[in-house]
Design a protein around this ligand. Sequence first.
Ligand SMILES: Cc1cc2nc3c(=O)[nH]c(=O)nc-3n(C[C@H](O)[C@H](O)[C@H](O)COP(=O)(O)OP(=O)(O)OC[C@H]3O[C@@H](n4cnc5c(N)ncnc54)[C@H](O)[C@@H]3O)c2cc1C
Length: 393
Amino acid sequence: MDFAFTPEEERFRQELKEFLRRELPEWWRGMFVHDDRVFPQTRRFCQELAERGWLTMAWPPEHGGQNASVWKQAILREEMWAHEEPRGPQYMNLNYIGPCIMRYGTEEQKRRFLPPMAKGTVIWTQGFSEPEAGSDLASVRTRAEEVADGFVVNGQKIWSSYADAPADWCFLLVRTDPSAPKHRGLSVLLVDMRTPGITVRPIDSMAGPHELNEIFFDDVKVPRNCLLGEKNRGWEIVTAGLAFERAGIARYARAGRVIELLTEYVQQTHCDGQPLAANLDVRRKLAELRVRYEAARLLNYRAISLQARGQVPVVEASIARLHNTQLEQLVGHVGMEILGLGGLLTHADPQAPLSGSVYRQWVRNIPTTIAAGTLEIQKNIIAAQGLGLPRQR
Ligand SMILES: Cc1cc2nc3c(=O)[nH]c(=O)nc-3n(C[C@H](O)[C@H](O)[C@H](O)COP(=O)(O)OP(=O)(O)OC[C@H]3O[C@@H](n4cnc5c(N)ncnc54)[C@H](O)[C@@H]3O)c2cc1C
């Protein structure tokens, strides 16, 4: 088995690195810092990517892609995450909302929704979780009642990332048949966020701006042509979407970049007349991070290779996600230990070591083992679907 990228793929990676060096402003520190320049910058950046055909490169040409290999796409994802995801929320369109529309949408929906994603001009938010339905997602109560020309939606979603960006559309999970067993009465609606009756309320959190929001739906009218797939078959779409989402984020690439930064730091920094790099504890911890990083990378590649064959990598995505999120947290913790109190300084402080990268790695990843399904839920999926153990009741 050869896990190496081809020379052409390596050339593409270099081209991307140069592009990122040119295009990213000096102040860029990722999406979740309080800075009004962030969102306009992500929009501009995505349009630059789209002009080069890179934003949705692995999609078919009829939907605005270039039929590029999923491996080339994986390289792009890695370089984006290594640079604190300058695509902003667009990665969600590319990773799972677009693929779900391609898989389950009508021809009219594909023509309508995919080209704006390929051009980088549209922001989507995910409306799955509710106050009483997170891990037990199939318990959602937001109700979509069928009327003559579509649906009327009432209910509440919570933790919806980027809803206040503002998002243009919502990928919304609703209950369409309250009398059916809970997994069978669900549907997915594609909802225009400008429809009357929608209210977005941001939730302040340590994760930074735009990350978390509540969305309220009061008699929101959704036309019939915005139902994705069949009515009451939404659970299948959500399962596929979550697997694509879990496998689609190259979290290990950011962790890998922070490991590189820490490695440079310990070589340049002295403590008691010795370089930190000579400290046995520091060396052992960095070596351990490197091992875990390589494992995370390969586990992701395994999920990607199944996707490349048209499969939905449910168990493999959960395994990769579990390993990736734990790696991200560990890199943050080890980084904090190495930097000491200086690690608590944010990018806003000129004294912050490594421009606050370690602080961001640490604080941003506290909730990372919760989003897209908690660690416990990933383990339940692996136990039931990977090991064949009985499902939890
Ligand atoms: C940063 C971030 C971004 C998010 N973005 C979005 C978004 O864009 N859209 C969206 O819809 N949601 C989003 N979420 C919500 C996320 O999907 C939920 O928070 C998550 O699924 C957990 O649900 P919950 O918070 O209701 O916790 P609960 O489901 O109440 O879980 C509480 C605890 O109980 C444990 N638990 C629950 N059930 C089981 C079980 N069966 N077996 C073992 N342990 C169990 C959980 O692991 C957890 O530790 C986001 C969350 C975060 C943190």
